[in-house]
Design a protein around this ligand. Structure first.
Ligand SMILES: Cc1cc2nc3c(=O)[nH]c(=O)nc-3n(C[C@H](O)[C@H](O)[C@H](O)COP(=O)(O)OP(=O)(O)OC[C@H]3O[C@@H](n4cnc5c(N)ncnc54)[C@H](O)[C@@H]3O)c2cc1C
Length: 344
């Protein structure tokens, strides 16, 4: 108790109020999640750093949340501290160090669930002049894309329509079509609970849906992005196109539930696509199956949608059902892309 008092008092002194028993459903895109013991919001990297350091020093388990768009939080909530990241400043950097050569993310997992960009809006800014922009990790992708385009900066258009923050995008190596966030990350400031450090792209060992942060649990404070002085009109058209097509996906969801099949799995089962959405819909015929208010979405069978009052337990029951049937019928072990948080 004393420990907790000193934790909340220190944060209070820095004008960071700590709230208790806050329901997390409102902070996830799927609208599911019980209460967090402790909850706070941060609006600057220094406050994010302070909250992480203090939680570590007080041995309080914590989770940094962005849009909560990849999370299924248990109905009985999270035992510890939720830090909601609302840091969102950005600046163009004057000095530009030479670009770090990026590893190519393996394309065997390319997500065919992604919308197809129409011919008139396909546009590449690869050859345009580089511009380096530093962005705080809580910046929301949709706002950032608009702000950048207004400032004459392109390079984020591929990620339009995806509910993500920059920190979550690094953690998951966000992908829009064949474009990965790892392709534009130059350097990143991280905190491991005690100290900060600045690392470059190679540190993350980016892969499809993966970065080293899954192992290290370090927190992203800010990111230097290598963007472009491209054609703003064309990039805007492309962003609109992506966003329009992504709008058909179920918003009250946590994105694609499962990772795509590997090339071997796809070949073995003679499937036209590695998309688990296709598998669940056309092969397993599970589209529209419900458990309470959780449904395998009629819009896209790779997503589980909350029709209103779904619980995490219902979502997990549907996930287990899909995994069991895929295993029994095809011998496939489907791996979740969404993160389950708390006790199930
Ligand atoms: C409708 C819909 C469409 C989607 N479409 C796509 C898509 O096209 N492509 C795609 O890749 N994904 C997609 N997703 C999934 C999701 O948007 C991504 O996984 C995204 O990267 C999650 O970002 P977030 O900020 O919401 O992270 P959260 O869901 O809040 O958190 C996810 C993980 O990231 C960690 N994290 C968050 N911020 C930080 C930080 N600052 N430092 C360290 N770790 C951090 C969290 O602790 C957690 O472990 C979609 C989701 C939805 C709901």
């Amino acid at each position: 108790m004393l420990k907790l008092d000193s934790f909340t008092e220190t944060l209070d002194r820095h004008s960071i109020p700590v709230k208790k028993d806050i329901k997390l459903a409102a902070h996830t895109t799927i609208g599911i999640g019980g209460k967090a013991d402790l909850f706070l919001e941060v609006f600057s990297p220094s406050d994010l750093e302070l909250a992480v350091k203090l939680a570590t020093a007080h041995s309080i388990p914590y989770l940094v949340m962005g849009r909560g768009s990849n999370l299924i939080i248990a109905d009985n909530g999270f035992e510890g501290l939720i830090i909601l990241n609302k840091t969102d400043h950005w600046q163009i950097l004057q000095f530009q160090s030479p670009a770090v050569k990026k590893e190519k993310v393996t394309s065997r997992f390319i997500n065919l669930d992604q919308p197809v960009v129409t011919a008139e809006s396909s546009y590449s800014d690869m050859d345009a002049e580089d511009i380096r922009v530093r962005v705080e990790s809580g910046a929301r992708m949709e706002n950032l894309i608009k702000t950048m385009l207004k400032a004459g900066i392109t390079g984020l258009q591929w990620f339009a329509g995806i509910p993500a923050t920059v920190g979550g995008a690094v953690y998951m190596n966000l992908h829009g079509g064949n474009h990965f966030f790892s392709q534009i990350v130059e350097q990143v400031c991280l905190i491991d609970g005690r100290a900060t450090k600045v690392v470059n792209n190679h540190y993350f060992q980016f892969e499809y849906d993966w970065s080293i942060l899954h192992q290290t649990a370090e927190i992203v404070l800010w990111v230097d992005l290598n963007l472009k002085k491209g054609d703003v009109q064309k990039a805007t058209a492309l962003a609109r196109d992506w966003a329009r097509q992504k709008a058909h996906q179920p918003r009250h969801s946590a994105g694609c539930i499962f990772r795509n099949l590997t090339a071997d799995e796809q070949k073995q089962h003679n499937l036209p696509t590695p998309s688990v959405g296709y598998l669940v819909d056309k092969v397993l015929k599970l589209k529209g199956k419900r458990c309470g208010d959780a449904i395998i979405s009629m819009k896209h069978a790779g997503f589980i949608e909350n029709l209103g009052k779904a619980t995490a337990a219902e979502v997990v029951e549907l996930i287990s059902m899909i995994q069991k049937i895929a295993k029994e019928q095809l011998g496939l072990e489907l791996k979740t892309e969404v993160q389950l948080i708390g006790k199930f």
